[in-house]
Design a protein around this ligand. Structure first.
Ligand SMILES: Nc1nc2c(ncn2[C@@H]2O[C@H](COP(=O)(O)OP(=O)(O)OP(=O)(O)O)[C@@H](O)[C@H]2O)c(=O)[nH]1
Ligand SMILES: [Mg+2]
Length: 197
């Protein structure tokens, strides 16, 4: 499935969010978990900035995607990164908060979690908060290449047994394994097809 994406808007403040006209799928998760990297793979081109240092994305970036079901893919700043100044962290938190609480077109949050770490406290807080707001979420374990293919299923099942909310069974993705990216694309497409009716 080929998707074509283009940047519509970069927002540093809630006031800069564009009018929502398409269903939105937002990538959320801790800093450095691989949100922007995954976005680039989904889009099939390098649109978002990636860094080995946590705290790279500081704005909310809206990308319009031409797909069987057109939608907007949103790259959010990461959370849980302690080494920035308090003011800066407060600004990002307000931005993520403002986006998730107020975005009427938000259809699905893809919650990215590092497969090596599983859900940490901040991930649990995000899940509780989304549940309380009634926002559907799909869990995706990132950096799957860090774990042998033969062990992935049992690792994912262990995290499932420990408790998590996900629209369908969590997926394990690696930016270096195109088949895992295709599976996620199919899942998002299925969500947009079936759940939004
Ligand atoms: N091994 C491996 N590394 C990855 C993968 N995805 C991302 N990375 C690396 O993880 C680091 C962080 O990637 P980003 O995409 O910038 O992470 P982010 O979640 O957008 O980070 P913030 O914008 O700071 O919240 C980079 O060094 C990436 O190369 C993956 O699937 N496998
Ligand atoms: Mg990023």
């Amino acid at each position: 499935m080929t998707w074509k994406a283009s940047l519509r808007c970069t927002a540093y403040k809630v006031q800069q969010f564009p009018a929502g006209n398409l269903p939105e799928v937002a990538l959320a998760g801790r800093s450095n978990v691989g949100k922007s990297s995954l976005l680039n793979k989904l889009a099939g081109q390098k649109l978002a900035h990636v860094s080995s240092e946590p705290g790279m994305t500081r704005s909310v970036n809206f990308f319009d995607v031409q797909a069987p079901h057109p939608f907007t893919l949103v790259d959010l700043p990461g959370f849980g990164y302690a080494s920035r100044s308090k003011d800066e962290r407060r600004g990002w938190a307000a931005l993520i908060d403002g986006y998730i609480k107020r975005r009427e077109t938000l259809a699905l949050v893809v919650h990215l979690v590092d497969i090596r770490h599983g859900l940490l406290e901040k991930d649990r807080e995000l899940q509780e908060w989304l549940k309380a707001l009634g926002v559907p979420m799909q869990v995706v374990f990132t950096k799957a290449d860090k774990i042998a293919k033969t062990k992935r299923k049992s690792v994912v099942m262990k995290y499932v047994e420990m408790g998590l909310s996900s629209w369908s069974l969590p997926l394990a993705c690696s930016v270096d394994e195109p088949e895992t990216i295709e599976t996620l694309k199919a899942q998002i497409d299925l969500y947009l097809t079936s759940a939004l009716k």
